[in-house]
Ligand binder design. Structure first.
Ligand code: ADP
Length: 215
């Protein structure tokens, strides 16, 4: 099992009331799986993704990556997140003052030399069909291209799990299709993917669907 969650609880306080989001939630994922998380807005999809990805601690319960409790140790959690997890969000969050190539290479410099990070970044961008865009700045790229650069950035440290939260939320149909085909290709190459989406069509490319409801 690459990723496993046991008995997750999460709630948020809003004024005097408490919003329960997860209550005893369990999750299991084998290496190479592609899971689409679907459900109405407010069902807790993003919260679940953040907890599984080590971005937000659950109130109770455990998350295991390759059998290791990720929230056991802060330093180890940072290490797991940097080396083994990749993230793609609805907004690309690219750095405006850096080129596509630099945006992808920069997080690669945490684990590797600058030279290696740049050559790997270029390789990934070329594979994603962005060879002609590597020296462009984010504002010189289309929305679909920006999101592909964000995916390339998520891949720079060769993660084992890719977490994607509504990655096509801002894109038109054609660009969404390109992004989804990219995910399919990456999954076929062995990358495990968890994708949050409210779009059933997009969910249908995953190997399985996890349906969440509001509590
Ligand atoms: P989804 O991704 O399915 O739309 P979310 O996980 O974003 O759902 O949110 C689940 C519920 O938790 C919502 O009611 C939301 O308002 C609430 N929530 C999420 N994050 C916070 C937060 N940081 N503080 C307070 N409430 C939150």
């Amino acid at each position: 099992m690459i990723l496993e969650a046991k008995s997750l609880y999460k709630s948020y306080k809003k004024g005097n009331s408490t919003i329960k989001v997860l209550e005893g939630f369990n999750f299991e994922m084998e290496k190479g799986d592609f899971v689409a998380v679907v459900g109405p807005s407010g069902a807790g999809k993003s919260t679940l993704l953040h907890i599984l990805g080590g971005l937000e601690k659950p109130d109770e319960g455990f998350v295991f990556f390759n059998g290791e409790n990720i929230y056991n140790d802060r330093k180890n959690l940072d290490n797991i997140r940097n080396k083994h997890f990749g993230f793609v969000f609805q907004f690309h969050y690219l750095l405006n003052d850096f080129t596509a190539l630099e945006n992808v290479a920069i997080p690669g410099m945490i684990n590797d030399s600058e030279n290696n990070a740049f050559s790997r970044a270029k390789e990934i961008l070329v594979k994603m069909g962005l060879e002609g865009r590597i020296n462009h700045f984010p504002k010189e790229l289309s929305g679909g291209e920006q999101q592909r650069v964000a995916i390339a950035r998520a891949l720079i440290n060769d993660p084992s799990v890719l977490f994607a939260d509504e990655p096509t939320g801002n894109l038109d149909k054609d660009n969404s299709r390109i992004i989804i085909d990219e995910f399919k290709r990456l999954n076929a190459e062995g990358l495990s993917i968890i994708l949050v989406t409210h779009d059933e069509k997009i969910a249908s490319v995953a190997k399985r669907t996890l349906r969440m409801e509001k509590l």
